[in-house]
Design a protein around this ligand. Structure first.
Ligand SMILES: [Zn+2]
Ligand SMILES: [Zn+2]
Length: 293
């Protein structure tokens, strides 16, 4: 019996509706599935309802993006855009917990404001670019810097997307606006206040190049209350999984795993990580201990 504890739906950047995932998981032979959309719990109600009908165990979850800067003790904040990715998974969360709702609203607002702010800077630099044009080129997708770059290219302000990033939109660019990010502590606290367990997602993406830096980083997260590490993930080699499991043992952290399924957007299949159901059961146990404490 297997589970998949890392999946995305159309509530974030997946291609399957949250209400379809339980049935698809069942078809893939799974006994439990977690929904972990990026920075939103919007799909959870539909997901849990569908899971009841499909008779599959379901975990309400989230995947919060946090600022990786604290993990790179030797780095200069100006270099932050070059740092890796810090994602914190929340499991067994109350989807409408007030603090978690606040965090989602803040991240949503930051995303909404950042693109217009960058466009305003390009306008100040003399470029005639409007947000409407960028929205049009994004064609229904989440608007991002590549779309701004495309408009710049179409209008002849740059010769390539690469140039748009290196001169204007990249971390060192003239029109760059930093993302308002959650700190790791805020992400972990928001998950805990929603009765959830906080788990470090895909540690390979932290971009830490040595075992000692990784251990230092995970120990810092543990000091902030981290409950577990996602040891098995589609990006991890068997060797990665082994070293993360060793680290989890050393720091007394739970282990989790999942495919990071995104539907047809990526080629990873639901359930492809073959995570034993016992991983789900141990997590559930830890959650119960947490709420009864
Ligand atoms: Zn992630
Ligand atoms: Zn993910």
């Amino acid at each position: 019996m297997y589970c998949d504890l890392h999946t995305h739906s159309t509530a974030s950047d997946g291609t399957d509706a949250p209400g379809d995932l339980p049935r698809l998981a069942k078809q893939a032979g799974l006994s439990a599935i977690a929904l972990t959309d990026h920075d939103t719990t919007a799909g959870i109600a539909e997901f849990l309802d569908a899971a009841k009908h499909a008779r599959i165990k379901a975990v309400p979850g989230i995947e919060l993006s946090a600022d990786p800067a604290i993990l790179h003790t030797d780095s200069d904040p100006e270099q932050a855009p070059r740092l890796g990715t810090l994602h914190i998974l929340g499991y067994f969360i109350q989807p409408d917990a007030p603090h978690l709702a606040e965090v989602q609203a803040r991240l949503h607002e930051a995303r909404e404001q950042r693109n217009p702010q960058m466009i305003a800077r390009l306008n100040e630099l003399g470029m005639d670019i409007h947000y409407d044009e960028v929205i049009e080129i994004a064609d229904g997708h989440i608007v991002g810097r590549p779309h701004i770059g495309q408009v710049m290219m179409q209008k002849g302000y740059v010769k390539s997307i690469h140039e748009a990033f290196s001169r204007y939109l990249g971390g060192q660019g003239e029109a760059y606006v930093r993302k308002d990010r959650l700190s790791a502590e805020e992400a972990i606290d928001a998950i805990h206040e929603a009765d959830g367990l906080a788990v470090l997602a895909h540690p390979t993406q932290l971009g830490l190049d040595s075992a000692s830096k990784l251990e230092h980083a995970v120990a810092r997260l543990k000091a902030l209350g981290l409950d577990g590490i996602e040891t098995r993930h589609s990006d991890h080699s068997p060797r990665d999984t082994e070293r993360f499991a060793t680290l989890a043992g050393k720091l007394a952290l739970k282990v989790t795993g999942g495919s990071d399924y995104h539907g047809s957007r990526k080629t990873l299949a639901l359930g492809s990580q073959k995570i034993p159901l016992a991983v789900y059961e141990e997590l559930l146990q830890a959650h119960r201990q947490r709420i009864s404490a």
